[in-house]
Design a protein around this ligand. Structure first.
Ligand SMILES: [Zn+2]
Length: 415
């Protein structure tokens, strides 16, 4: 069993408190020992990594990831491809998703909760390849096709029968997916056209029943109050956007706050607010949306709801790899403390993956998903936007990125 000892690090342990000096021992795929302050751990037989006083923290989780969305920081095909992924051959979508799985790892996201795939089985197969160690990628909660998908692998529509809802979930579970993504509101995705419920209560009651039988989680895209309340009533575990909240919706959230996660998804609003390419009208609208999200996040957090950054990366203007823009946005525009945002993507990230007892913290017994950051992200969260600031990325005790430079520096210092 490999033993690795991280010395001379400041540890952000995932709880949201300030980093403290210490040492961490990894044996196999687990963290087995933690020392605080001047205390030292037994280094016998261990490879020693001198962290150079940098911050060691848990791997982060994406809460709203579409690995089949085509654009990444290092893959920007000419002519766009943006949402045309829905019309691409499955072979191409699969290659793209495998590439994106590596990209998010380069940026420290060692876990990802899918917000919908392109087909029923693509992500389940990708997850298995990753888990068997053949290709790099995060721990993945795989989704099937999205309920409203006009591509080659359609889901289920409002006009379909209750039996069709059952068949959709059964087919998704059969394909090996972990979760089923419903587009609960629409008919379009733009805010102004996304305000009608897409499913009847009988359909969603059936969805809840079948999801329990088949042991899959329900994930819902829900902007208007009526769709948010349906998601909360029918056992959905993860809700996206949640734009329009009233007191009753907040009461319903609070009643299920130990079960649910909410991802408001700021990326498009941040991009339109910040980038000069957009019109004043776009910018003003984005600003009003950010204000609405801030207000909603404050109210949800006051009710004990786990609200997480991230969402819908994979377009030319918000490519995979830039996901930390959402974390930065939570600090800049949502008024959250950086350490609190980091807590949400680590501690809550482990809980989101259904692995809270062994994932998301730097803690004895936890799985060794660890990052070494060049600097202190609790002081400057924007550090996480640059892959070069990830000095080391480890998942399940295996290096995705080895801390080579530090090892050299440590060896040179010893000579
Ligand atoms: Zn999405």
């Amino acid at each position: 069993m490999t033993r690795t000892l991280f010395t001379n690090v400041r540890i952000f342990d995932g709880h949201g408190t300030a980093p403290f000096p210490g040492e961490v021992l990894v044996e196999g795929n687990r963290i087995t020992s933690l020392a605080k302050g001047a205390e030292h751990l037994d280094a016998t037989g261990a490879e020693i990594v001198d962290g150079g006083g940098n911050v060691l923290m848990p791997g982060m989780a994406l809460c709203h990831c579409h690995l089949t969305f085509p654009v990444a920081v290092d893959r920007k095909p000419k002519g766009g491809e943006t949402f045309l992924q829905r019309r691409m051959p499955v072979e191409k979508q699969t290659l793209i998703a495998a590439h994106n799985a590596k990209v998010v790892m380069d940026y420290g996201f060692t876990s990802a909760y899918s917000a919908g795939g392109a087909t029923y089985s693509l992500e389940a197969n990708l997850r298995d390849e990753i888990n068997e160690g053949w290709i790099p990628g995060p721990r993945l909660i795989a989704a099937g096709t999205e309920s409203v998908n006009d591509a080659n692998d359609p889901g289920v529509r409002q006009s379909d029968s209750v039996a069709a809802v059952r068949a959709y979930i059964e087919k998704t579970a059969q394909a090996g997916a972990d979760s089923v993504k419903f587009i609960l509101s629409g008919p379009g995705f733009q805010v102004h056209e996304d305000n009608l419920p897409m499913y009847a209560d009988e359909q969603l009651a059936e969805a809840q029943k079948v999801a329990l039988e088949k042991n899959v989680w329900l994930t819902g895209h829900a902007r208007p109050t009526v769709a948010i309340k349906q998601a909360l009533k029918y056992g959905f575990r993860v809700l996206y956007h949640a734009d329009q909240l009233d007191e009753e919706a907040l009461d319903m959230m609070e009643a299920r706050n130990s079960e649910i996660f909410v991802g408001p998804t700021l990326a498009w609003s941040i991009e339109k607010f910040e980038h000069p390419r957009w019109s004043k009208e776009d910018r003003d609208f984005a600003e009003s949306q950010l204000e609405n999200y801030k207000n909603n996040i404050d109210r949800m957090r006051a009710r004990g709801v786990r609200v997480m950054p991230d969402g819908d990366y994979g377009f030319a203007i918000i490519p995979h790899g830039e996901n930390a823009r959402d974390l930065e946005g939570f600090v800049k525009y949502m008024g959250r403390d950086a350490a609190d945002v980091l807590m949400s993507v680590t501690k809550w990230g482990g809980e989101l993956m259904g692995m809270g007892s062994e994932l998301g913290l730097v803690k004895e017994g936890h799985l060794a998903d660890l990052l070494l950051i060049n600097g202190d992200p609790t002081q400057n969260i924007s550090l996480l936007r640059d892959a070069a600031n990830f000095l080391m990325v480890m998942k399940d005790g295996q290096y995705h990125k080895k801390p080579e430079d530090l090892a050299h520096a440590a060896r040179r210092a010893a000579e």
